[in-house]
Design a protein around this ligand. Sequence first.
Ligand code: NAD
Length: 271
Amino acid sequence: MKDLTNKVAVITGAGSGIGRALAKALAARGCRLALSDVNETGLAETMAELKDAEVRSYRLDVSDRDAIYAHAESVAADFGQVNLVINNAGVALSASIREMTDEDFKWVMDIDFWGVAHGTRAFLPHLIASGDGHVVNISSVFGLIGVPKQSAYNAAKFAVRGFTEALRQEMKLEEQPVAVSCVHPGGIRTNIANAARMGKSENAAAQRKGFDKMAMTTPEKAAAIIVKGILKDESRILVGPDAWGIEAINRLLGAAYQPLVERFSRKNLYR
Ligand SMILES: NC(=O)c1ccc[n+]([C@@H]2O[C@H](COP(=O)([O-])OP(=O)(O)OC[C@H]3O[C@@H](n4cnc5c(N)ncnc54)[C@H](O)[C@@H]3O)[C@@H](O)[C@H]2O)c1
Protein backbone atom coordinates (compact mmCIF):
# COMPACT_ATOMS: atom_id res chain seq x y z
CA MET A 1 0.00 0.00 0.00
CA LYS A 2 1.90 3.02 -1.26
CA ASP A 3 -0.87 5.60 -0.89
CA LEU A 4 -3.41 5.82 1.92
CA THR A 5 -5.79 8.30 0.28
CA ASN A 6 -9.39 7.01 0.40
CA LYS A 7 -8.29 3.70 1.89
CA VAL A 8 -10.67 2.31 4.54
CA ALA A 9 -8.83 1.75 7.81
CA VAL A 10 -10.19 -0.16 10.82
CA ILE A 11 -8.64 0.54 14.23
CA THR A 12 -9.59 -1.24 17.45
CA GLY A 13 -8.89 0.43 20.80
CA ALA A 14 -9.15 3.83 19.10
CA GLY A 15 -10.46 5.55 22.24
CA SER A 16 -7.01 6.21 23.72
CA GLY A 17 -3.25 6.19 23.28
CA ILE A 18 -1.71 4.63 20.17
CA GLY A 19 -5.11 3.85 18.59
CA ARG A 20 -6.25 7.47 18.86
CA ALA A 21 -2.93 8.79 17.52
CA LEU A 22 -3.12 6.33 14.61
CA ALA A 23 -6.65 7.51 13.81
CA LYS A 24 -5.42 11.11 13.61
CA ALA A 25 -2.34 10.21 11.56
CA LEU A 26 -4.36 8.14 9.07
CA ALA A 27 -7.09 10.78 8.79
CA ALA A 28 -4.40 13.34 7.93
CA ARG A 29 -3.32 11.05 5.06
CA GLY A 30 -6.86 10.82 3.68
CA CYS A 31 -8.01 7.47 5.08
CA ARG A 32 -11.68 6.76 5.72
CA LEU A 33 -11.91 5.41 9.26
CA ALA A 34 -13.86 2.72 11.14
CA LEU A 35 -12.93 3.25 14.77
CA SER A 36 -13.92 1.03 17.66
CA ASP A 37 -13.43 0.69 21.38
CA VAL A 38 -15.16 -0.81 24.38
CA ASN A 39 -14.80 2.59 26.09
CA GLU A 40 -17.40 4.78 24.42
CA THR A 41 -16.33 7.94 26.26
CA GLY A 42 -12.76 7.64 24.99
CA LEU A 43 -14.02 6.86 21.50
CA ALA A 44 -16.25 9.95 21.52
CA GLU A 45 -13.21 12.05 22.48
CA THR A 46 -11.28 10.61 19.53
CA MET A 47 -14.21 11.32 17.21
CA ALA A 48 -14.31 14.93 18.42
CA GLU A 49 -10.70 15.34 17.25
CA LEU A 50 -11.54 14.08 13.75
CA LYS A 51 -14.17 16.54 12.61
CA ASP A 52 -12.92 16.83 9.00
CA ALA A 53 -12.48 13.11 8.32
CA GLU A 54 -14.91 10.50 7.00
CA VAL A 55 -15.18 8.43 10.15
CA ARG A 56 -17.63 6.12 11.89
CA SER A 57 -17.44 4.83 15.43
CA TYR A 58 -18.49 1.42 16.71
CA ARG A 59 -18.69 0.00 20.21
CA LEU A 60 -16.70 -3.23 20.11
CA ASP A 61 -15.36 -5.51 22.81
CA VAL A 62 -12.55 -7.43 21.11
CA SER A 63 -12.80 -10.25 23.62
CA ASP A 64 -16.19 -11.10 22.05
CA ARG A 65 -15.47 -13.29 19.00
CA ASP A 66 -18.97 -13.09 17.49
CA ALA A 67 -19.06 -9.31 17.92
CA ILE A 68 -15.79 -9.01 15.96
CA TYR A 69 -17.18 -11.04 13.06
CA ALA A 70 -20.39 -8.97 13.07
CA HIS A 71 -18.25 -5.80 13.17
CA ALA A 72 -16.31 -6.89 10.08
CA GLU A 73 -19.58 -7.32 8.17
CA SER A 74 -20.90 -3.93 9.37
CA VAL A 75 -17.74 -2.08 8.38
CA ALA A 76 -17.66 -3.72 4.94
CA ALA A 77 -21.34 -2.81 4.42
CA ASP A 78 -20.92 0.76 5.71
CA PHE A 79 -17.82 1.59 3.66
CA GLY A 80 -18.08 -0.82 0.72
CA GLN A 81 -14.48 -2.00 1.19
CA VAL A 82 -11.81 -2.57 3.86
CA ASN A 83 -8.10 -2.01 3.17
CA LEU A 84 -6.29 -1.68 6.46
CA VAL A 85 -7.00 -3.41 9.78
CA ILE A 86 -5.04 -2.39 12.85
CA ASN A 87 -5.64 -4.78 15.74
CA ASN A 88 -4.51 -2.41 18.45
CA ALA A 89 -6.85 -2.79 21.49
CA GLY A 90 -4.94 -4.13 24.47
CA VAL A 91 -4.65 -4.35 28.24
CA ALA A 92 -1.85 -5.10 30.68
CA LEU A 93 -1.44 -7.13 33.85
CA SER A 94 1.38 -7.09 36.35
CA ALA A 95 1.38 -10.23 38.45
CA SER A 96 3.68 -13.19 39.01
CA ILE A 97 2.74 -16.59 37.62
CA ARG A 98 2.24 -17.89 41.16
CA GLU A 99 0.01 -15.00 42.13
CA MET A 100 -2.10 -14.18 39.07
CA THR A 101 -5.64 -15.52 38.95
CA ASP A 102 -6.94 -17.65 36.09
CA GLU A 103 -9.52 -14.94 35.48
CA ASP A 104 -6.86 -12.23 35.01
CA PHE A 105 -4.77 -14.52 32.79
CA LYS A 106 -7.82 -15.23 30.62
CA TRP A 107 -8.73 -11.52 30.51
CA VAL A 108 -5.33 -10.70 29.01
CA MET A 109 -5.35 -13.59 26.51
CA ASP A 110 -8.93 -12.89 25.39
CA ILE A 111 -8.17 -9.27 24.55
CA ASP A 112 -4.47 -9.22 23.64
CA PHE A 113 -4.30 -12.49 21.72
CA TRP A 114 -7.77 -13.67 20.74
CA GLY A 115 -8.89 -10.11 19.96
CA VAL A 116 -6.05 -9.86 17.45
CA ALA A 117 -6.51 -13.37 16.03
CA HIS A 118 -10.27 -12.97 15.52
CA GLY A 119 -9.79 -9.41 14.24
CA THR A 120 -7.38 -10.72 11.62
CA ARG A 121 -9.47 -13.71 10.54
CA ALA A 122 -12.79 -11.84 10.45
CA PHE A 123 -11.44 -9.09 8.19
CA LEU A 124 -9.14 -11.20 6.00
CA PRO A 125 -11.75 -12.05 3.30
CA HIS A 126 -12.58 -8.33 3.01
CA LEU A 127 -8.91 -7.36 2.78
CA ILE A 128 -8.32 -9.93 0.06
CA ALA A 129 -11.43 -8.73 -1.81
CA SER A 130 -10.14 -5.14 -1.70
CA GLY A 131 -7.16 -6.10 -3.89
CA ASP A 132 -4.89 -3.93 -1.70
CA GLY A 133 -5.05 -4.93 1.96
CA HIS A 134 -2.81 -4.69 5.01
CA VAL A 135 -3.06 -6.33 8.45
CA VAL A 136 -1.21 -4.57 11.27
CA ASN A 137 -1.11 -6.39 14.58
CA ILE A 138 0.20 -4.67 17.67
CA SER A 139 2.49 -6.88 19.71
CA SER A 140 5.10 -5.35 22.04
CA VAL A 141 8.75 -5.54 22.97
CA PHE A 142 7.30 -8.06 25.42
CA GLY A 143 6.61 -10.14 22.30
CA LEU A 144 10.41 -10.28 21.88
CA ILE A 145 11.65 -10.95 25.42
CA GLY A 146 10.18 -12.54 28.55
CA VAL A 147 9.91 -10.35 31.64
CA PRO A 148 9.02 -11.24 35.26
CA LYS A 149 5.41 -10.45 36.25
CA GLN A 150 4.45 -10.09 32.57
CA SER A 151 3.92 -13.76 31.76
CA ALA A 152 0.30 -13.39 30.62
CA TYR A 153 1.12 -10.31 28.53
CA ASN A 154 4.28 -12.05 27.25
CA ALA A 155 2.25 -15.12 26.27
CA ALA A 156 -0.29 -13.00 24.38
CA LYS A 157 2.25 -10.77 22.66
CA PHE A 158 4.59 -13.64 21.66
CA ALA A 159 1.50 -15.39 20.28
CA VAL A 160 0.54 -12.30 18.29
CA ARG A 161 4.03 -12.21 16.80
CA GLY A 162 4.03 -15.90 15.79
CA PHE A 163 0.52 -15.68 14.36
CA THR A 164 1.29 -12.50 12.43
CA GLU A 165 4.64 -13.67 11.03
CA ALA A 166 3.01 -16.92 9.84
CA LEU A 167 0.21 -14.92 8.19
CA ARG A 168 2.69 -12.73 6.31
CA GLN A 169 4.35 -15.78 4.83
CA GLU A 170 1.01 -17.40 3.96
CA MET A 171 -0.21 -14.28 2.14
CA LYS A 172 2.97 -14.23 0.05
CA LEU A 173 2.94 -17.97 -0.69
CA GLU A 174 -0.75 -17.82 -1.65
CA GLU A 175 -0.12 -14.65 -3.71
CA GLN A 176 -2.87 -12.81 -1.86
CA PRO A 177 -2.93 -8.99 -2.10
CA VAL A 178 -2.51 -8.52 1.66
CA ALA A 179 0.60 -7.14 3.35
CA VAL A 180 1.18 -8.01 7.02
CA SER A 181 3.12 -6.15 9.71
CA CYS A 182 3.77 -6.91 13.36
CA VAL A 183 4.41 -3.88 15.57
CA HIS A 184 6.64 -3.96 18.64
CA PRO A 185 6.37 -0.76 20.64
CA GLY A 186 8.70 -0.02 23.52
CA GLY A 187 7.35 2.21 26.30
CA ILE A 188 4.75 4.62 24.89
CA ARG A 189 3.21 7.32 27.09
CA THR A 190 -0.42 6.16 27.08
CA ASN A 191 -3.03 5.08 29.60
CA ILE A 192 -1.98 1.41 29.49
CA ALA A 193 -0.32 1.29 32.92
CA ASN A 194 -3.18 3.23 34.57
CA ALA A 195 -5.72 0.79 33.15
CA ALA A 196 -3.60 -2.29 33.99
CA ARG A 197 -4.63 -4.90 36.52
CA MET A 198 -2.14 -5.71 39.28
CA GLY A 199 -1.50 -8.77 41.40
CA LYS A 200 -2.44 -8.50 45.09
CA SER A 201 1.08 -7.91 46.33
CA GLU A 202 2.10 -5.42 43.65
CA ASN A 203 2.77 -1.79 44.53
CA ALA A 204 0.51 -0.35 41.84
CA ALA A 205 1.41 3.29 42.43
CA ALA A 206 5.16 2.61 42.23
CA GLN A 207 4.77 0.51 39.09
CA ARG A 208 2.69 3.16 37.33
CA LYS A 209 5.23 5.82 38.31
CA GLY A 210 8.05 3.60 37.03
CA PHE A 211 6.24 3.12 33.71
CA ASP A 212 5.68 6.86 33.27
CA LYS A 213 9.38 7.45 33.90
CA MET A 214 10.50 4.79 31.44
CA ALA A 215 8.01 5.37 28.61
CA MET A 216 10.16 7.25 26.10
CA THR A 217 7.89 7.78 23.14
CA THR A 218 4.71 9.80 22.61
CA PRO A 219 1.66 8.14 20.99
CA GLU A 220 1.94 10.63 18.10
CA LYS A 221 5.55 9.63 17.40
CA ALA A 222 4.55 5.95 17.68
CA ALA A 223 1.75 6.48 15.16
CA ALA A 224 4.09 8.24 12.73
CA ILE A 225 6.55 5.33 12.92
CA ILE A 226 3.78 2.77 12.40
CA VAL A 227 2.34 4.62 9.38
CA LYS A 228 5.81 4.85 7.84
CA GLY A 229 6.29 1.12 8.44
CA ILE A 230 2.96 0.36 6.75
CA LEU A 231 3.90 2.42 3.69
CA LYS A 232 7.25 0.61 3.50
CA ASP A 233 5.59 -2.79 4.02
CA GLU A 234 7.87 -3.62 6.96
CA SER A 235 7.29 -7.05 8.44
CA ARG A 236 8.51 -5.96 11.89
CA ILE A 237 7.90 -2.39 12.96
CA LEU A 238 9.97 -1.38 16.00
CA VAL A 239 8.68 1.68 17.85
CA GLY A 240 11.05 3.76 19.95
CA PRO A 241 14.76 3.60 20.82
CA ASP A 242 14.06 1.12 23.65
CA ALA A 243 12.44 -1.27 21.13
CA TRP A 244 15.51 -1.08 18.87
CA GLY A 245 17.77 -1.66 21.91
CA ILE A 246 15.78 -4.68 23.09
CA GLU A 247 15.76 -6.18 19.63
CA ALA A 248 19.53 -5.71 19.32
CA ILE A 249 20.14 -7.40 22.71
CA ASN A 250 17.85 -10.24 21.70
CA ARG A 251 19.62 -10.70 18.39
CA LEU A 252 23.13 -10.52 19.87
CA LEU A 253 22.59 -12.59 22.99
CA GLY A 254 19.83 -15.04 22.10
CA ALA A 255 18.51 -16.67 25.30
CA ALA A 256 21.44 -15.17 27.22
CA TYR A 257 19.46 -11.90 27.45
CA GLN A 258 17.67 -13.40 30.46
CA PRO A 259 20.27 -12.68 33.19
CA LEU A 260 20.25 -9.03 32.08
CA VAL A 261 16.47 -8.78 32.55
CA GLU A 262 16.80 -10.64 35.86
CA ARG A 263 19.37 -8.10 37.12
CA PHE A 264 17.21 -5.16 36.03
CA SER A 265 14.10 -6.71 37.62
CA ARG A 266 15.86 -7.46 40.92
CA LYS A 267 16.62 -3.76 41.23
CA ASN A 268 13.33 -2.38 39.95
CA LEU A 269 10.58 -4.97 40.49
CA TYR A 270 11.67 -7.11 43.43
CA ARG A 271 12.93 -4.48 45.86
N1 NAD B 1 1.95 1.90 25.85
C1 NAD B 1 2.95 1.06 25.74
O1 NAD B 1 4.03 1.25 26.32
C2 NAD B 1 2.81 -0.17 24.86
C3 NAD B 1 3.96 -0.92 24.63
C4 NAD B 1 3.86 -2.06 23.83
C5 NAD B 1 2.64 -2.42 23.27
N2 NAD B 1 1.54 -1.66 23.53
C6 NAD B 1 0.28 -2.10 22.94
O2 NAD B 1 -0.31 -1.03 22.22
C7 NAD B 1 -1.73 -1.23 22.12
C8 NAD B 1 -2.44 0.07 22.47
O3 NAD B 1 -2.21 0.35 23.84
P1 NAD B 1 -2.02 1.83 24.41
O4 NAD B 1 -0.66 1.89 24.98
O5 NAD B 1 -2.47 2.84 23.43
O6 NAD B 1 -3.01 1.75 25.68
P2 NAD B 1 -4.32 2.58 26.09
O7 NAD B 1 -4.75 1.97 27.38
O8 NAD B 1 -4.04 4.03 26.05
O9 NAD B 1 -5.34 2.21 24.92
C9 NAD B 1 -5.85 0.92 24.78
C10 NAD B 1 -7.29 1.01 24.27
O10 NAD B 1 -7.80 -0.33 24.14
C11 NAD B 1 -9.13 -0.33 24.62
N3 NAD B 1 -9.56 -1.66 25.05
C12 NAD B 1 -9.21 -2.33 26.17
N4 NAD B 1 -9.89 -3.48 26.26
C13 NAD B 1 -10.67 -3.55 25.15
C14 NAD B 1 -11.61 -4.49 24.66
N5 NAD B 1 -11.90 -5.62 25.34
N6 NAD B 1 -12.23 -4.24 23.49
C15 NAD B 1 -11.97 -3.10 22.79
N7 NAD B 1 -11.11 -2.15 23.22
C16 NAD B 1 -10.47 -2.38 24.38
C17 NAD B 1 -9.13 0.64 25.79
O11 NAD B 1 -10.45 1.08 26.12
C18 NAD B 1 -8.23 1.74 25.25
O12 NAD B 1 -8.97 2.74 24.59
C19 NAD B 1 -2.04 -2.40 23.07
O13 NAD B 1 -2.19 -3.58 22.31
C20 NAD B 1 -0.79 -2.48 23.94
O14 NAD B 1 -0.58 -3.77 24.46
C21 NAD B 1 1.60 -0.56 24.31
